[in-house]
Design a protein around this ligand. Sequence first.
Ligand SMILES: [Zn+2]
Length: 365
Amino acid sequence: MVAVLTVTVNGCGAAPGPGAGPGGTLSEPSGSSASSASSLPAALTITVAGRRIIAAGVYDVADAIRVAGVVLPDGRLLSVVARRVLDAHARPAGIRVNGTAASLTTAVAAGDVITFVPGVDSVEATRIRQVPVSLDPAAAALYVSYAPGRSQVVQGVLSGEQVSSVLLSAPTVGRLRSPAWLSFTFDDGPDQLATPQVMALLAAHHTPAVFCLIGVNALAHPGLARAEASGGYRMCDHTQTHPLNLPELPLAQLQAQIRTRSLSVSQADGGVAPVYFRAPGGNWSVAVEAVARSLHLIPLSWTVDPRDWSKPGTEQIISSVLNQLRPNGIILMHDGGGNRTQTVAALTRLLPELAAAGWNAKYPS
Ligand SMILES: [Zn+2]
């Protein structure tokens, strides 16, 4: 007698995917009398997903799986960020013969029903490491020496993929190889809280700086604007209301934003006219620059942007400044536009460190 085994794997005969539910069944149609592996003939008629094939040598579960062309739905081990497959067989699928736990070497008999319990996917473990943070090579080359900072990094144990990185301490610089100049500029003020703190720090370190005022803020805090002017700091017109789309404004509106003599910037600062003009967001156009120059304002850009307004952390602000700063650099920071605690904390460290390194502050030219 020839036993006929019908193998159906999720109705398609192909590898079932993870989570696809119990997969293949290896069963014998009713009417067969074969009952044990030892009685199986050398050649069997097997139907895989409705297609009958002749197979020889089916004695155990591994044979049946091979003949059926089934890929076991093992659980995969995935990397922590990219979800790359690190191990396709990390959690082997369960095998059942007639509902009872079995293995690849379990003997099969005609009439047996083989099912699979898909393995569950898992994600690799992570570890926390502290790693040194170097200065950018071009920045490092400016100094006789520097000490690296430190970051705390969370990464996948196997893949090394980085989940997160937090700068714990910025690098610290030693002496410059040769003295150099820099300029500090502070935008979007004046601000009741931050502006007095920034001015006090600058005064304590005898550091000149430029304040780029927003007209409406100067109107709101005329005393602070006057204090900046009388403190010897240079004033910069940063428009009346800080429109980021300045280049798109009609000429009349553009002139109304920049025409300082009629604006609160010059009214509030006690008559000290701004020397510079800075376009909000650095959004310049030929017309913007032309209007500024026609009012004898020097267009003021920047070369160092630590993005302090985004509150990236005090250490990150310091690190960005050190990495971006080159001789004659113009540093952009903010004494307005939100909570400037990080900016003030960064400035508290940067002013003495940069001075000790040999940086001299000047007004931008
Ligand atoms: Zn601004």
